[in-house]
Write a protein that binds this ligand. Structure first.
Ligand SMILES: Nc1ncnc2c1ncn2[C@@H]1O[C@H](COP(=O)(O)OP(=O)(O)OP(=O)(O)O)[C@@H](O)[C@H]1O
Ligand code: SF4
Ligand SMILES: [Mg+2]
Length: 323
Protein backbone atom coordinates (compact mmCIF):
# COMPACT_ATOMS: atom_id res chain seq x y z
CA UNK A 1 0.00 0.00 0.00
CA UNK A 2 1.14 3.55 -0.80
CA UNK A 3 1.79 5.99 2.03
CA UNK A 4 -0.93 8.67 2.09
CA UNK A 5 0.32 10.68 5.04
CA UNK A 6 3.70 10.75 6.66
CA UNK A 7 4.55 12.77 9.74
CA UNK A 8 8.29 13.20 10.18
CA UNK A 9 9.99 14.25 13.41
CA UNK A 10 7.19 16.64 14.38
CA UNK A 11 7.81 18.84 17.37
CA UNK A 12 5.04 21.13 18.68
CA UNK A 13 5.06 23.25 21.82
CA UNK A 14 2.63 25.65 23.50
CA UNK A 15 3.56 28.84 25.30
CA UNK A 16 1.68 29.06 28.58
CA UNK A 17 1.95 31.21 31.69
CA UNK A 18 3.47 28.27 33.53
CA UNK A 19 6.08 27.68 30.83
CA UNK A 20 6.59 25.86 27.57
CA UNK A 21 4.48 22.71 27.11
CA UNK A 22 6.42 20.24 24.95
CA UNK A 23 3.32 18.57 23.57
CA UNK A 24 4.79 16.68 20.59
CA UNK A 25 8.40 15.67 20.68
CA UNK A 26 9.56 14.02 17.48
CA UNK A 27 6.38 12.30 16.32
CA UNK A 28 6.81 9.93 13.37
CA UNK A 29 3.75 8.36 11.81
CA UNK A 30 3.05 6.71 8.47
CA UNK A 31 -0.52 6.19 7.35
CA UNK A 32 -1.02 3.99 4.32
CA UNK A 33 -3.72 4.52 1.75
CA UNK A 34 -6.88 2.65 2.67
CA UNK A 35 -5.89 1.70 6.18
CA UNK A 36 -7.63 2.57 9.44
CA UNK A 37 -4.86 3.63 11.75
CA UNK A 38 -5.67 3.84 15.45
CA UNK A 39 -3.94 6.37 17.68
CA UNK A 40 -4.21 5.37 21.31
CA UNK A 41 -2.72 6.45 24.62
CA UNK A 42 -3.72 7.96 27.93
CA UNK A 43 -5.20 11.41 28.21
CA UNK A 44 -2.85 14.31 27.42
CA UNK A 45 -0.38 12.25 25.35
CA UNK A 46 -0.82 14.37 22.21
CA UNK A 47 -3.38 12.58 20.07
CA UNK A 48 -5.61 15.59 19.41
CA UNK A 49 -2.64 17.94 18.94
CA UNK A 50 -1.34 15.55 16.27
CA UNK A 51 -4.68 15.70 14.43
CA UNK A 52 -4.95 19.47 14.73
CA UNK A 53 -1.40 19.94 13.45
CA UNK A 54 -2.17 17.96 10.29
CA UNK A 55 -5.00 20.37 9.44
CA UNK A 56 -3.29 23.56 10.62
CA UNK A 57 -5.87 24.09 13.36
CA UNK A 58 -3.64 24.56 16.38
CA UNK A 59 -4.31 27.32 18.93
CA UNK A 60 -2.47 30.63 18.59
CA UNK A 61 -0.07 29.82 21.42
CA UNK A 62 1.23 26.79 19.53
CA UNK A 63 4.60 26.68 17.83
CA UNK A 64 5.67 24.09 15.29
CA UNK A 65 9.33 23.77 16.17
CA UNK A 66 10.28 21.31 13.47
CA UNK A 67 9.10 18.47 11.29
CA UNK A 68 7.07 17.72 8.20
CA UNK A 69 3.52 16.58 7.54
CA UNK A 70 3.63 15.05 4.07
CA UNK A 71 0.23 14.41 2.51
CA UNK A 72 0.38 12.93 -1.00
CA UNK A 73 3.96 14.20 -0.95
CA UNK A 74 3.07 17.84 -0.11
CA UNK A 75 4.26 19.30 3.19
CA UNK A 76 1.05 20.67 4.75
CA UNK A 77 3.08 22.71 7.23
CA UNK A 78 4.26 24.85 4.30
CA UNK A 79 0.74 25.74 3.12
CA UNK A 80 -0.87 29.00 4.22
CA UNK A 81 -4.33 29.34 5.75
CA UNK A 82 -5.99 30.05 2.40
CA UNK A 83 -4.40 27.04 0.70
CA UNK A 84 -5.33 24.75 3.59
CA UNK A 85 -8.92 25.99 3.52
CA UNK A 86 -9.34 25.80 -0.26
CA UNK A 87 -7.37 22.68 -1.07
CA UNK A 88 -7.16 20.46 1.98
CA UNK A 89 -9.77 20.86 4.72
CA UNK A 90 -12.96 18.97 4.01
CA UNK A 91 -12.26 17.80 0.49
CA UNK A 92 -8.95 16.01 1.15
CA UNK A 93 -8.77 15.67 4.93
CA UNK A 94 -11.70 16.03 7.30
CA UNK A 95 -11.68 15.90 11.07
CA UNK A 96 -14.51 14.84 13.33
CA UNK A 97 -14.14 16.19 16.83
CA UNK A 98 -15.19 14.76 20.15
CA UNK A 99 -17.22 17.85 20.98
CA UNK A 100 -19.66 18.74 18.19
CA UNK A 101 -20.40 22.18 19.62
CA UNK A 102 -16.95 23.36 18.53
CA UNK A 103 -17.76 22.62 14.89
CA UNK A 104 -21.36 23.72 14.41
CA UNK A 105 -22.15 27.41 14.18
CA UNK A 106 -25.09 28.40 16.43
CA UNK A 107 -26.41 31.08 14.08
CA UNK A 108 -26.95 28.95 10.98
CA UNK A 109 -29.40 26.13 10.32
CA UNK A 110 -28.16 22.60 9.77
CA UNK A 111 -29.08 22.91 6.10
CA UNK A 112 -27.10 26.12 5.64
CA UNK A 113 -24.06 24.58 7.32
CA UNK A 114 -24.22 21.35 5.40
CA UNK A 115 -24.55 23.25 2.13
CA UNK A 116 -21.63 25.47 3.01
CA UNK A 117 -19.41 22.47 3.72
CA UNK A 118 -20.38 20.98 0.36
CA UNK A 119 -20.05 24.27 -1.55
CA UNK A 120 -16.37 24.37 -0.67
CA UNK A 121 -15.83 20.81 -1.69
CA UNK A 122 -17.95 19.85 -4.61
CA UNK A 123 -19.36 21.18 -7.86
CA UNK A 124 -22.59 19.19 -7.80
CA UNK A 125 -25.89 20.89 -8.68
CA UNK A 126 -27.99 22.27 -5.78
CA UNK A 127 -30.47 19.43 -6.16
CA UNK A 128 -27.78 16.75 -6.09
CA UNK A 129 -26.23 18.39 -3.05
CA UNK A 130 -29.52 18.31 -1.20
CA UNK A 131 -30.02 14.66 -2.08
CA UNK A 132 -26.52 13.82 -0.91
CA UNK A 133 -27.04 15.70 2.37
CA UNK A 134 -30.32 13.89 3.03
CA UNK A 135 -28.71 10.54 2.20
CA UNK A 136 -25.82 11.14 4.58
CA UNK A 137 -28.12 12.28 7.40
CA UNK A 138 -30.21 9.15 6.96
CA UNK A 139 -27.10 6.96 7.04
CA UNK A 140 -26.32 8.15 10.56
CA UNK A 141 -29.90 7.32 11.51
CA UNK A 142 -31.21 10.81 12.07
CA UNK A 143 -35.01 10.86 12.05
CA UNK A 144 -37.21 13.38 10.20
CA UNK A 145 -34.36 14.63 8.10
CA UNK A 146 -36.31 17.28 6.15
CA UNK A 147 -37.46 18.92 9.40
CA UNK A 148 -34.07 18.60 10.96
CA UNK A 149 -32.45 20.52 8.12
CA UNK A 150 -34.35 23.67 9.12
CA UNK A 151 -33.23 23.49 12.77
CA UNK A 152 -30.44 25.33 14.56
CA UNK A 153 -27.77 23.42 16.51
CA UNK A 154 -29.21 24.41 19.93
CA UNK A 155 -32.44 22.62 19.02
CA UNK A 156 -30.59 19.28 18.79
CA UNK A 157 -29.26 16.98 21.48
CA UNK A 158 -25.49 16.39 21.79
CA UNK A 159 -25.76 13.00 20.12
CA UNK A 160 -27.78 14.44 17.22
CA UNK A 161 -25.29 17.26 16.72
CA UNK A 162 -22.49 14.72 16.61
CA UNK A 163 -24.33 12.72 13.96
CA UNK A 164 -24.93 15.87 11.90
CA UNK A 165 -21.23 16.64 12.06
CA UNK A 166 -20.30 13.13 11.01
CA UNK A 167 -22.75 13.30 8.08
CA UNK A 168 -21.39 16.73 7.11
CA UNK A 169 -17.80 15.47 7.02
CA UNK A 170 -18.64 12.29 5.17
CA UNK A 171 -20.68 14.14 2.53
CA UNK A 172 -17.46 15.90 1.46
CA UNK A 173 -15.93 12.50 0.62
CA UNK A 174 -12.49 13.21 2.04
CA UNK A 175 -9.58 10.88 1.25
CA UNK A 176 -8.42 10.99 4.86
CA UNK A 177 -10.66 11.17 7.87
CA UNK A 178 -9.28 12.10 11.25
CA UNK A 179 -11.83 10.90 13.77
CA UNK A 180 -11.06 12.17 17.28
CA UNK A 181 -13.14 10.18 19.76
CA UNK A 182 -16.06 10.50 17.35
CA UNK A 183 -18.50 8.30 19.20
CA UNK A 184 -18.06 9.47 22.78
CA UNK A 185 -21.26 11.55 22.70
CA UNK A 186 -23.28 8.75 21.10
CA UNK A 187 -25.33 5.99 22.69
CA UNK A 188 -24.23 2.40 22.09
CA UNK A 189 -26.58 1.66 19.20
CA UNK A 190 -25.69 4.89 17.38
CA UNK A 191 -22.01 4.12 17.96
CA UNK A 192 -22.51 0.77 16.26
CA UNK A 193 -24.35 2.51 13.43
CA UNK A 194 -21.49 4.98 12.99
CA UNK A 195 -18.96 2.16 12.77
CA UNK A 196 -21.16 0.50 10.17
CA UNK A 197 -21.28 3.77 8.17
CA UNK A 198 -17.49 3.88 8.24
CA UNK A 199 -17.18 0.26 7.16
CA UNK A 200 -19.57 0.85 4.24
CA UNK A 201 -17.78 4.01 3.26
CA UNK A 202 -14.55 2.14 3.33
CA UNK A 203 -15.85 -0.45 0.91
CA UNK A 204 -17.33 2.20 -1.39
CA UNK A 205 -14.57 4.79 -1.40
CA UNK A 206 -11.37 3.27 0.05
CA UNK A 207 -11.29 6.07 2.63
CA UNK A 208 -8.26 6.18 4.94
CA UNK A 209 -8.69 7.06 8.61
CA UNK A 210 -6.72 8.06 11.66
CA UNK A 211 -8.96 6.88 14.46
CA UNK A 212 -8.21 8.48 17.83
CA UNK A 213 -9.85 6.63 20.67
CA UNK A 214 -9.71 5.29 24.19
CA UNK A 215 -11.96 2.44 23.23
CA UNK A 216 -9.96 -0.71 22.53
CA UNK A 217 -13.05 -2.61 21.44
CA UNK A 218 -13.53 -0.15 18.58
CA UNK A 219 -9.84 -0.40 17.72
CA UNK A 220 -10.01 -4.17 17.50
CA UNK A 221 -13.16 -3.97 15.43
CA UNK A 222 -12.24 -1.51 12.70
CA UNK A 223 -8.52 -0.67 12.72
CA UNK A 224 -5.71 -2.37 10.80
CA UNK A 225 -2.73 -0.65 12.38
CA UNK A 226 -2.21 0.83 15.82
CA UNK A 227 0.16 3.54 17.01
CA UNK A 228 0.60 3.99 20.72
CA UNK A 229 1.46 7.48 22.01
CA UNK A 230 3.04 8.33 25.28
CA UNK A 231 3.80 11.86 26.50
CA UNK A 232 4.17 13.40 23.05
CA UNK A 233 5.90 10.55 21.25
CA UNK A 234 4.83 7.48 19.32
CA UNK A 235 6.35 4.56 21.20
CA UNK A 236 5.07 1.64 19.15
CA UNK A 237 3.39 1.07 15.78
CA UNK A 238 2.24 -2.34 14.61
CA UNK A 239 -0.51 -4.20 12.85
CA UNK A 240 -3.61 -4.79 14.96
CA UNK A 241 -2.76 -8.46 15.44
CA UNK A 242 0.82 -7.75 16.50
CA UNK A 243 -0.21 -5.03 18.98
CA UNK A 244 -2.69 -7.27 20.76
CA UNK A 245 -0.74 -10.55 20.49
CA UNK A 246 2.83 -9.35 20.76
CA UNK A 247 3.12 -5.88 22.31
CA UNK A 248 6.77 -4.93 22.74
CA UNK A 249 6.87 -1.57 24.48
CA UNK A 250 6.41 -1.81 28.26
CA UNK A 251 3.80 0.97 28.08
CA UNK A 252 1.77 -0.81 25.38
CA UNK A 253 1.97 -4.00 27.37
CA UNK A 254 0.63 -2.29 30.48
CA UNK A 255 -2.02 -0.49 28.52
CA UNK A 256 -3.35 -3.71 27.04
CA UNK A 257 -2.73 -6.14 29.85
CA UNK A 258 -4.13 -4.11 32.67
CA UNK A 259 -7.52 -4.12 30.99
CA UNK A 260 -9.97 -6.78 31.99
CA UNK A 261 -11.18 -7.17 28.46
CA UNK A 262 -11.42 -5.18 25.27
CA UNK A 263 -14.63 -3.62 26.60
CA UNK A 264 -12.68 -1.70 29.23
CA UNK A 265 -11.78 1.86 28.34
CA UNK A 266 -8.27 3.20 28.78
CA UNK A 267 -9.33 5.87 31.27
CA UNK A 268 -10.72 3.14 33.51
CA UNK A 269 -7.30 1.54 33.93
CA UNK A 270 -6.02 1.42 37.47
CA UNK A 271 -2.84 -0.50 37.19
CA UNK A 272 -0.21 1.59 35.44
CA UNK A 273 1.70 3.13 38.32
CA UNK A 274 2.02 6.92 38.39
CA UNK A 275 0.41 9.18 35.84
CA UNK A 276 1.20 10.79 32.51
CA UNK A 277 3.88 13.41 33.18
CA UNK A 278 3.20 17.09 32.72
CA UNK A 279 4.79 18.19 29.51
CA UNK A 280 6.41 21.26 31.03
CA UNK A 281 9.82 19.83 31.91
CA UNK A 282 8.98 16.27 30.89
CA UNK A 283 11.21 13.38 32.06
CA UNK A 284 14.57 13.12 30.30
CA UNK A 285 15.50 10.22 28.02
CA UNK A 286 12.58 7.85 27.62
CA UNK A 287 9.61 9.81 28.93
CA UNK A 288 8.11 6.60 30.33
CA UNK A 289 11.10 5.84 32.57
CA UNK A 290 9.61 7.07 35.89
CA UNK A 291 6.77 4.56 35.44
CA UNK A 292 8.66 1.70 33.82
CA UNK A 293 9.62 -1.41 35.75
CA UNK A 294 12.35 -2.23 33.24
CA UNK A 295 14.03 1.19 33.26
CA UNK A 296 17.77 1.46 33.80
CA UNK A 297 20.38 4.24 33.54
CA UNK A 298 20.39 4.59 29.75
CA UNK A 299 16.62 5.14 29.80
CA UNK A 300 17.04 8.30 31.89
CA UNK A 301 19.60 9.75 29.52
CA UNK A 302 18.89 8.76 25.96
CA UNK A 303 15.70 9.02 23.94
CA UNK A 304 15.12 5.56 22.45
CA UNK A 305 15.03 5.41 18.65
CA UNK A 306 12.20 3.70 16.80
CA UNK A 307 13.49 0.37 15.51
CA UNK A 308 11.95 -2.10 13.10
CA UNK A 309 11.26 -5.47 14.68
CA UNK A 310 9.50 -6.79 11.61
CA UNK A 311 7.98 -5.23 8.50
CA UNK A 312 4.77 -4.59 10.43
CA UNK A 313 6.15 -3.76 13.86
CA UNK A 314 8.19 -0.79 15.16
CA UNK A 315 9.09 0.07 18.74
CA UNK A 316 11.05 2.75 20.60
CA UNK A 317 12.54 1.16 23.70
CA UNK A 318 16.20 0.63 24.71
CA UNK A 319 15.41 -2.88 25.89
CA UNK A 320 14.01 -3.94 22.55
CA UNK A 321 16.97 -3.06 20.35
CA UNK A 322 18.08 -6.12 18.42
CA UNK A 323 21.91 -6.16 18.31
N1 LIG B 1 -3.70 25.34 23.63
C1 LIG B 1 -2.92 24.66 24.47
N2 LIG B 1 -2.15 25.30 25.37
C2 LIG B 1 -1.35 24.63 26.21
N3 LIG B 1 -1.24 23.30 26.24
C3 LIG B 1 -1.98 22.59 25.37
C4 LIG B 1 -2.87 23.24 24.44
N4 LIG B 1 -3.48 22.28 23.71
C5 LIG B 1 -3.00 21.10 24.16
N5 LIG B 1 -2.11 21.29 25.14
C6 LIG B 1 -1.34 20.25 25.87
O1 LIG B 1 -0.79 19.35 24.93
C7 LIG B 1 -0.76 18.03 25.47
C8 LIG B 1 -1.43 17.08 24.52
O2 LIG B 1 -2.81 17.35 24.50
P1 LIG B 1 -3.86 16.57 23.60
O3 LIG B 1 -5.12 17.35 23.66
O4 LIG B 1 -3.28 16.31 22.27
O5 LIG B 1 -4.02 15.19 24.38
P2 LIG B 1 -4.91 13.92 23.98
O6 LIG B 1 -3.97 12.78 23.81
O7 LIG B 1 -5.77 14.27 22.84
O8 LIG B 1 -5.75 13.68 25.31
P3 LIG B 1 -7.30 13.19 25.49
O9 LIG B 1 -7.24 11.70 25.37
O10 LIG B 1 -7.64 13.64 26.86
O11 LIG B 1 -8.12 13.85 24.44
C9 LIG B 1 -1.43 18.11 26.83
O12 LIG B 1 -0.43 18.22 27.81
C10 LIG B 1 -2.23 19.38 26.75
O13 LIG B 1 -2.40 19.95 28.02
S1 SF4 C 1 13.34 2.73 27.08
FE1 SF4 C 1 13.65 2.08 29.17
S2 SF4 C 1 12.17 3.26 30.40
FE2 SF4 C 1 11.56 3.41 28.26
S3 SF4 C 1 10.09 1.81 28.01
FE3 SF4 C 1 12.06 0.94 27.40
S4 SF4 C 1 12.86 0.00 29.25
FE4 SF4 C 1 11.21 1.34 29.88
MG1 LIG D 1 -7.83 14.49 22.64
Amino acid sequence: METLLEIKDLKVSFDTEEGKVEALDGVNLKVKEGEFHALIGETGCGKTVTGLTILGLLDNNAKIEKGQVLYKGIDLLKLNEKQLQQQIRGKEIAMIFQDPSTSLDPIFTIKEQMFEALDNNSDLTEEKKLNLIIEELKKVKLPDVEELLEKYPHQLSGGMKQRVMIAMMLSCRPSLLIADEPTTALDVSTQAQFLKVLEDLRKETKITAIYITHNLAVVSEICDTVSVMYAGRIVETASLREIFKNPQHPYTYKLLHSVLGVETKIEELQEIPGSVPRLINPPSGCRFHPRCEEADEICKIEVPRMVEISSEHFVACHKRVIE
